[in-house]
Ligand binder design. Sequence first.
Ligand code: ZN
Length: 104
Amino acid sequence: MKERFPAMNRCRAVAAHGRRCVQTPFMTSPFCWHHTARTDRDALRQENMRSEDHAKLSIDRIVHILGDREVTEIAEFLESGDQGEIRIERRGDQIVAHTERTGS
Ligand SMILES: [Zn+2]
């Protein structure tokens, strides 16, 4: 059976409890930003300093910080064309994104 969407790359890290990390890999690393060692991240950055990599790096970092649910909410709001606002808020250790629609 042909896949409708190409399989998404995921980080290869597996936590102690056996659950696999769901973040996207960082640049050419098999691991996400969080699971790629800092020295390796620095080396990868120096290898690839093109603007598209900068953008991908920033997106990967934002996805890691916000989590898939928040990022999906933001993406759906941006694609909708609805009027309103996105607010990203830090509450203690948590980062929460809010979208508020005021009409279309
Ligand atoms: Zn990971």
